[in-house]
Design a protein around this ligand. Structure first.
Ligand code: FAD
Length: 329
């Protein structure tokens, strides 16, 4: 094993198996996605022992909820352009700036966030990841209302917010490396449970098609068959990701293949849902399973954007998996 590569740990694939069985049993989406799925594995890979001892138990028992403060108004796909800054002031970091699209910030206790700690360093090198308590006077959270009617995310404003000097993941300037670890978990392992959840949705759509006669439409039958094949491909691709983790300790750039696969599949499945349900699908259905499928259809528009937009995943696959020339700057 290469030096510096984290040793494979039984709990990585144990977590993946739990997530799949949980989804198969029909459990609801877990509110601890950002804590359990993203920060926990990042701290296991790069956090200090003190950080692991302080935060992991409360992530596991669900006592503390986290959100992810990466994106800013002018730093989404080009994340390294972020401007929120943190300055070491005695024994604490003082933070000023703004985050946006911060999922569940209004429901969270803590935020793991990227900040610029060295404005003079090249842009990827001057970034650090800080762990910050959200419940303090220097932080304001404003909820954003979205088209599903839900309130999933916030803008978060920092005006002299503080966090202790040792709540930095890795050291100053390690933020880009830490964020790449987080994003590989987000694209790779955190969504392994999706396939099992989608399989449940697929079964309910076939049942609905049988019940309303849509199953007799030859085009819909073809689309259902194609959708099933996509689901199976996603399952085997998920197994390949788990095998990769056993070998390398964390998902590599090929995690982007899985992200492209499930997000595209889910959008096509949403279109198929509207074909099976017909005109009724344009109204928010009031009964299950249509309500759940409708919500999935609306949400699927966002899936090719968050955790890195589709075009960015394609750039990663072309440059870092296939070794093709870099896109022109
Ligand atoms: C539902 C949802 C939840 C989210 N939750 C969080 C969260 O919890 N925390 C957080 O930090 N962020 C979150 N985000 C933000 C998300 O990470 C960003 O929206 C995403 O990275 C895209 O950034 P942007 O919106 O600024 O779009 P832009 O970066 O402005 O991109 C606009 C378009 O241009 C394309 N594009 C940009 N650069 C290139 C390029 N080099 N080559 C080709 N095409 C390009 C993009 O693919 C996209 O289609 C969330 C977003 C959504 C939709």
């Amino acid at each position: 094993m290469a030096e510096g590569v984290r040793r494979p740990r039984g709990d990585d694939h144990g977590r993946a198996i739990f997530a799949q069985e949980y989804a198969r049993a029909g459990g609801p989406t877990r509110p601890s996605f950002f804590s359990e799925g993203l920060l926990g594995p990042t701290l296991m890979a790069m956090g200090s022992q003190a950080q692991q001892a302080r935060f992991l138990p409360k992530i596991l028992n669900g006592e503390e909820f986290w959100c992810q403060g990466f994106s800013e108004p002018d730093a989404g796909s080009d994340l390294a352009s972020l401007k929120t800054k943190a300055v070491l002031d005695g024994d604490q970091w003082r933070i000023d700036g703004q985050k946006i699209w911060t999922s569940q910030a209004h429901l969270s206790d803590w935020i793991f966030m990227l900040v610029r700690t060295d404005p003079d360093a090249p842009k990827h090198k001057g970034i650090s990841m800080l762990l910050v308590d959200l419940d303090q006077p220097g932080i304001e959270r404003r909820v954003i209302k979205e088209m599903t009617g839900g309130t999933h995310f916030c803008e978060v404003f920092f005006d002299g917010a503080v966090t202790p000097a040792d709540l930095i993941v890795g050291g100053p300037g390690d933020g880009w490396k830490a964020s790449m670890a987080t994003l590989s978990f987000e694209r790779g392992t955190a969504f392994l449970a999706q396939q099992a959840r989608f399989a449940n949705d697929f079964t309910s759509l076939v049942e609905a098609a049988r019940a309303n006669g849509a199953i007799d439409d030859p085009l819909i039958r073809q689309q259902l068959a194609a959708s099933f094949i996509g689901l199976e491909l996603m399952r085997f691709s998920g197994y390949r990701t788990i095998t990769g983790i056993l070998k390398n300790g964390q998902p590599g750039p090929e995690a982007s293949v899985g992200k492209l696969q499930w997000t595209t599949w889910h959008q096509e499945f949403g279109e198929l849902y509207t074909s099976v349900y017909g005109a009724k699908s344009t109204l928010l259905a009031e009964t299950e399973p249509a309500r759940h499928l409708e919500h999935g259809f609306l949400l699927s528009r966002a899936e090719t954007i968050y955790a890195g937009a589709t075009e960015i995943q394609k750039n990663i696959v072309s440059e870092r998996v296939l070794g093709l020339p870099k896109e022109p700057g």
